[in-house]
Structures are given as C-alpha cells and as structure tokens.
Design a protein around this ligand. Sequence first.
Ligand code: ADP
Ligand code: NG1
Length: 461
Amino acid sequence: MSAEGPATRRVSVAEHPRLLKLKKMFNSKFGSNPKFYVRAPGRVNIIGEHIDYCGYSVLPMAVEQDMLIAVEPVKTHTLHLANTNPLYPDFSTSANNIQIDKNKPLWHNYFLCGSKGIQEHFGLSSLTGMNCLVDGNIPPSSGLSSSSALVCCAGLVTLTVLGRSLSKVELAEICAKSERYIGTEGGGMDQSISFLAEEGTAKLIEFSPLRATDVKLPSGAVFVIANSCVEMNKAATSHFNIRVMECQLAAKLLAKYKNLDWDKVLRLEEVQTQLGLSLEEMLLVTEEALHPEPYSPEEICGCLGISVEELRTQILSPNTQDVRTFKLHQRAQHVYSEAARVLQFKKICEEAPENTVQLLGELMSQSHRSCRDLYECSCPELDQLVDICRKHGAQGSRLTGAGWGGCTVSIVPADMLPSFLANVHEAYYQKSDRSSARENQNLFATKPGGGALVFLEAQTM
Ligand code: ADP
Ligand code: NG1
C-alpha cells in the first residue's frame, strides 16, 4: 500500500457553489478569508456489520455526502469552531490540554477528538490555533458515519495547519483511535474508508495491518440508500458498547474453553487465528462452548475465575458496568457468519457469475437477518423498510452502519431503479409523515466516491 497522504487540489472557489457559500459565510463570521478547505466523506457499509471491532474485514464505499471545513490558522492558541447548521452552536477553547466529555457527545467534541489525536501523535501539548467553519451534509446518527467524517476532517485540518504529513493509513489509524475519546469503542472501518476511498470502487478493509483492496461492484446493479428516519446517537446510548463488550467476553470464554491464554484475548478473530480454524469451524466451536441463554456477570466471572469487581473495572467499559445480561452465543454466531459473508461477497464480485446480483443480494439479506435476530441491532422501522425494498425489486437489502435506526442499503437491478425509487417513496415516505422536502436526502442511489482531500483556492497560489 502506498504511504501517500491525502491529495491537495487547487480549485477555483467561484466555480464551486458549496465552497463559495462557505467562503462567504466564513468571511461574515470571522472577518477574513479561509486559507484552505478540507473534506472527508461519510460511507455506506455494503456488508460486514459489527465485525470491524472483532478484527474482521468489512466492505464499505465512500458516499458523496461529506464534512467540509473552511480553515484559517491563527497565531493565538485558540480554536474557534462555527457551523453552517444553527443546530450546532459555536464553540471556542484555548485550553492546552483538550478535555473531551464522554457524558455529553456535543458536536464540537468530535472535532476535538480528531484534533487531539493528531497533536498527541506529534507529542504537541499546546492547542493549534485556528478558525473553522464546518458544513456537513451527511444525515447525522443514521449509519452513514457523520461522526467519523467530522473526526477525520478535523484530523486532516489539524495536520495541515501544523504543516506536517502522514500517510492515509496513519491518519485512519490515528482517527479511529481518537474517536474513542467520545466514549464509543468502534472498530476503524469508518475512518479507514474516509481516508482510503477511491472513486469508482468499493473497498475490502482489512485490519492489523490496515489495508484497503478494490472490490469492483457489478455494473448491472445500483446501491440505494434509504433512511428509516429513526436517529440513534452511538455515544449517547450504551447499545453500541454493550455489543463490543459482549463480543470481547465471548472471545474470552471461547479462548478459555479452548485452553488459550484468555486474559490477553480481546477479539473473536484472535481466537480463530490462534486455533487455526475456519470461520465455519468457529461456528461449531461457538455451538459447543457457549449457551444461547443470556449470561449473568456472575456466570461469566465463574467461567473466567475472576471477581465481579475485576470484570467491572478491568474488562467492561464505563457505560456497560451495570449491564445484567450478556448474550454471548448469539453475538459470536453473528460475527463469525458475517465475516464469512464478507469474503463470499468479495469472491462473487471477482468471479462475476451470471447471477451475481442475485447472489450478492442473498448475502445482504442474510446479513440483515443476522443483524436483526442474532445481533439485535435493528428496529421495527428498519425491518419494515428492508421488507418494502425487497418487495419493490431489491435483490437484497440490509441495515447499514451501527443500526437501531438509520439507513438501509439495497442492491437493485439498474433497469428497475426508477420504479424502485417511486414505489419505496410511496410505501415508506409518502404513507407517513416522513414525506418531506428532504425526500431526495432520504432515498437515493449512490456510487463509490473518493476519500478525504485538502482544497486550496487557485488564485491564492
Ligand atoms: P453517525 O452514524 O452518523 O456517525 P453518531 O450518532 O455516531 O452517528 O454521530 C452523530 C453526531 O455527529 C451528531 O450528534 C453530531 O454531534 C455530529 N455531527 C453530525 N453531523 C454534523 C454536522 N453537520 N456538524 C456538526 N456535527 C455533526
Ligand atoms: P456508525 O454507523 O458510524 O455508527 C459504527 C462504528 C463502526 C462499526 C459500525 C458497525 C464508530 C465510529 N463506528 O458505525 O466502527 O463498528 O458501527 O458495523 O464507532
């Protein structure tokens, strides 16, 4: 993989309406012009849900929607943040040691995560002074990674202001780690695709070491995103971290059962690698070693030979310490089967048999059922939307991103796209108060977009 950093492009701001609008707003807010702009895209995960933090490969593509920030470095060590959306209030800080409040996932904290990650990487303790105006068009808390796009954008803004350089892989790794300052124990898929995406291709993202490989999607199909209009903020609830902890505990119990050094094991993938078994074999080990009834903290402690206090303080995250039941069997079944589906999806794309679209669709629908029944990260609206999409011509449909709300992604034969959009619009949006001026933002076909970039205004060069 190339060690290249994100590209810098010279653009004529006057020819880009969104940049021009941002420049004007920046000028009226700060009384000066931005020196550069940074964009980082959101993503749609085509398949491979809730497995990145278990060490398994995922298959996302960047979407066109992104986070765009206009920036002016300043000599004082003060950070001024403003947003084009009045829902997100202005924020300033001059503190040298950035504190991120995990109890309140306010928007500026995501910016601080990215900025802090870069500063720490270079061992810098004093804040980088800058004026920033943020403009995002990724629907928030909808599974399209608006939070990570903001963290990645802030990371690249900070790197650029510091005049330093890093490869895309380094940036992705730093931002994946630093987004955890907000309190969610995510994997790294979102930050990786935001930096490593390339126009025209989806990517297989592998971890440890991080790398991205092109996956050519079939030409006879389009991928359609539909928003259930149910929002779920990961950092404001414990759903997400509970799943991360359940997977970690399942990995430890499986490792213990197989006489591995369970204490050091954190991920389900490590158990598979240490045992040298296939994913299908890991499903059998899971059947043998774990029971479907929920585990209590006491039972887990009994299996591992640790105290409840040790479980709480040494394994569980702060917002999962009072959880009373953990479903380990179901979560491990989802993870091992979903990891296998990702590899099958990639293989079908490469081999491109005649019924490619149908086969990919089947894998996506299996993935949704597994998320719904085994991982329990769906919701009635997402299930309804998936059913509607299937009924109106999608060969497969599934929730995308963390779930519990947010978007679905469907694979639709290209010639059916117009009727599919019209019918889904009527069945899900028009028949309820979800129909609004935002309809094109709620239901749209998407293509693999490019990754994060820095823009410089052409005439200032
Ligand atoms: P997602 O799945 O989109 O990443 P999260 O719930 O993890 O959802 O993060 C959403 C949060 O990201 C929002 O609550 C907000 O704090 C921040 N965010 C999203 N879009 C914007 C934006 N345009 N400007 C500022 N902050 C944003
Ligand atoms: P979104 O959809 O952005 O909330 C989250 C995690 C991913 C991944 C997916 C589920 C973060 C920043 N993102 O994504 O790493 O685990 O859920 O596949 O935590």
